[in-house]
Design a protein around this ligand. Structure first.
Ligand SMILES: [Zn+2]
Ligand SMILES: [Zn+2]
Length: 306
């Protein structure tokens, strides 16, 4: 009798085990509880040509993305701002300000920013380097979940790298390193790609490239972050992808949540995934569009430099 009792308990334990094993690995609830895997897309689209490598620990559910230099693979004045000799050097953009535009922008300008007038009396602002005038190679390591999920408690994005563009360059939110929103003085140091260096010579983007607004004839897609498209820009630290302003169908989504994202089909995730979109709000009326501000939708992984 006693032996039978023990056997029954053992059997029950096996059944219970089998059940709990089932519920964590089976069928329909997988996407809701575990999230869609981003592994294949991360492996395929980060640019190893620019020194970015990807390694995956499926067991731990972690993808490690290593950017060997963090340097842009496109032209920027910061490659050689004074001598202008580097093969990837190009001038800062020039912004022609017509009447009534940029009110928010030039109110906040600092005195040494370069202004002039064209023959029609319009302001011309030539962007220029400020205190931070050079970029250096920095190795970055970003860890993201293989299957990102919504966080129970949403965290504010960091005042540092909040994600990585496919070329291995970090991107920041719309705050500067003094913890205040970017003003005209900050914005007028951006290059045509929407990037500039920080105090550690750490090149990073705040906004999407939008060379079309400038007088210079700039090639489009070469800047890595051109956002007036449905392109995959990069991945946030929480593992969710960041797209340009448009969805796959070329439409501007009208159902974005307070984190700037929504669940839907993309070119790279045909079964749908939660993804962010770059902002469509003209930042400071300066013609720039912030890549991502506010809180993370998921739980951010680590982003370290050395
Ligand atoms: Zn910055
Ligand atoms: Zn979308």
């Amino acid at each position: 009798m006693r032996k039978l009792f023990i056997t029954t308990i053992a059997l029950l334990a096996i059944i219970l085990n089998a059940c709990s094993g089932d519920s964590s690995s089976s069928s329909s609830s997988i996407e809701e509880t575990e999230g869609v895997s981003v592994t294949a897309v991360v492996q395929e689209y980060f640019k190893d040509a620019n020194g970015v490598t990807v390694s995956v620990d499926e067991e731990a559910g972690v993808i490690t993305i290593t950017s060997s230099t963090g340097l842009p693979d496109h032209k920027t004045p910061y490659y050689d701002v004074y001598e202008k000799q580097h093969e990837l050097y190009e001038d800062f953009p020039t912004y022609y300000v017509t009447d009534g535009i940029l009110e928010n922008f030039y109110i906040d300008q600092i005195a040494d920013r370069i202004f002039s007038y064209d023959e029609d009396g319009n302001y011309i602002i030539t962007y220029a380097a400020n205190d931070n005038d050079e970029i250096g190679a920095i190795k970055y390591v970003m860890e993201i979940p293989t299957n990102p999920t919504e966080a129970a408690i949403k965290e504010e994005t960091d005042l540092a790298a909040i994600g990585m563009v496919l070329n291995g360059v970090p991107f920041f939110n719309n705050y500067n390193q003094s913890s205040v929103p970017l003003g005209g003085a900050d914005v007028s140091t951006l290059d045509s790609a929407g990037g500039h260096p920080g105090a550690l010579a750490d090149y990073h983007y705040h906004v999407g490239a939008n060379p079309g607004i400038y007088a210079d004839e700039n090639p489009e897609i070469e800047y890595g972050t051109l956002i007036d498209e449905n392109q995959l820009v990069g991945f946030m630290r929480d593992g969710f992808p960041l797209y340009g302003q448009q969805d796959q169908d070329g439409e501007y989504p009208d159902d974005l949540d307070e984190y700037g994202g929504h669940f839907g089909v993309t070119e790279h995730f045909p079964d749908g995934i939660y993804h962010y979109h770059a902002s469509t709000e003209d930042y400071l009326d300066a013609g720039w569009y912030v890549l991502k501000s506010g809180k993370y939708y998921g739980t951010p992984g680590t982003f370290t430099s050395n």
